[in-house]
Design a protein around this ligand. Structure first.
Ligand SMILES: [Zn+2]
Length: 98
């Protein structure tokens, strides 16, 4: 292995680590009446928002845990993929999803 390929390998590892860190946090609609996830006509959970797990503040993640998250009411949440994740995806050839 020469110096150049070592360098590319390290870069690849770093980008994969970023992808794993900046993972997708999917928020599903919560049906407060039934006390369960809301489902669409296909019986699938309804996606409210996709956020970056790493970039979205803890305060918002707590709201999500409490099923109190309102996608329209939060301004500190960071949509997925965030700029960092996009760069990592592009660096790895794009399109990869962790
Ligand atoms: Zn991020």
């Amino acid at each position: 292995m020469n110096a150049a390929s070592n360098c590319v390998g390290a870069m690849h590892t770093a980008l994969v680590a970023i992808q794993e860190q900046h993972a997708e946090l999917t928020i599903y609609e919560w049906d407060h009446d039934s006390g369960d996830f809301g489902l669409n006509s296909d019986g699938e959970k309804i996606v409210v928002a996709r956020l970056c797990l790493e970039c979205t503040p803890e305060s918002i993640k707590e709201q999500i845990d409490d099923a109190a998250y309102d996608a329209a009411g939060n301004y500190d949440d960071v949509p997925f993929p965030c700029p960092t994740r996009k760069l990592a995806d592009e660096g790895l050839g794009g399109g990869e999803r962790g």
